[in-house]
Design a protein. Structure first.
Length: 235
């Protein structure tokens, strides 16, 4: 059990002692460490972020397929629009791998890993993310923690390493309605806000998931506000 407490210590360190600068959006999906065998999924995310005098809209469309009972592979197309452009433009592509390390309920907490490789189509920049995923149930509530190490390089970026963390504490009131609080940290960024998620189950393993959150930055006088929404259909 020592290794699990050590990993939890690393989570705490990343959450409160982040020292590297994050260039991209810190607020995004909080990942759960679970994979369903043979699952396929279609996912759409929408993010609206107000940064100082700019408002940036981003959409992400993805398709994923479980390679086996522990590993799933997903690809995304990412489009953005800001005040300078009236239409969305295709900005980047991303490949994501999630690996469920432990069976759900096998230990006192559930663990997983996340790997993402993103390429900016316009600026020819790259981003590699490695993440540790943690989830533990406390009665009718659940705590989910993501800790990420991000490496960036490319034509307009110097090679650097960044750290980010995401936390979700949710109340599993009903499968279709689970209110939550989310916390995000990065360099010069701490954000917190209300969120919610739900699962609507259909025949066999077909199900529809939704997520909604509104995050307010606490670390700057000129605060950033982010609204995120996601729908995921698993079949």
């Amino acid at each position: 059990m020592f290794k699990y407490y050590f990993i939890l210590y690393i989570f705490t360190y990343l959450l409160f002692c982040t020292t590297a600068k994050a260039d991209g959006a810190v607020v995004d999906k909080v990942y759960h460490p679970y994979v369903l065998a043979n699952e396929q999924e279609l996912e759409w995310r929408l993010m609206s972020t107000k940064k100082h005098d700019r408002n940036v809209l981003a959409q992400r469309l993805g398709y994923g397929h479980a390679l086996n009972e522990r590993i799933t592979l997903e690809g995304y197309i990412i489009a953005e629009r800001d005040d300078q452009f009236s239409d969305f433009s295709w900005q980047a592509v991303e490949l994501e791998v999630r690996w469920m390390l432990t069976e759900q309920g096998q230990y006192s907490a559930d663990w997983g890993l996340l790997f993402e490789l993103e390429k900016d189509r316009i600026l020819n920049n790259w981003e590699l993310t490695t993440g540790l995923l943690f989830e533990k149930e406390f009665g009718i509530t659940s705590l989910t923690i993501n800790a990420f190490v991000i490496n960036e390089w490319g034509s307009t970026l110097k090679s650097e390493m960044e750290f980010e963390s995401r936390v979700k504490y949710r109340y599993r009131w009903r499968p279709a309605l689970q209110p939550a609080i989310e916390i995000y940290t990065g360099e010069d960024f701490i954000g917190i806000g209300p969120a919610g998620m739900g699962i609507i189950r259909f025949d066999k393993q077909k199900q529809l998931k939704w997520e909604l959150g509104f995050i307010t930055e606490l670390s700057q006088a000129t605060r950033e506000h982010a609204l995120r929404f996601a729908i995921e259909y698993e079949f």
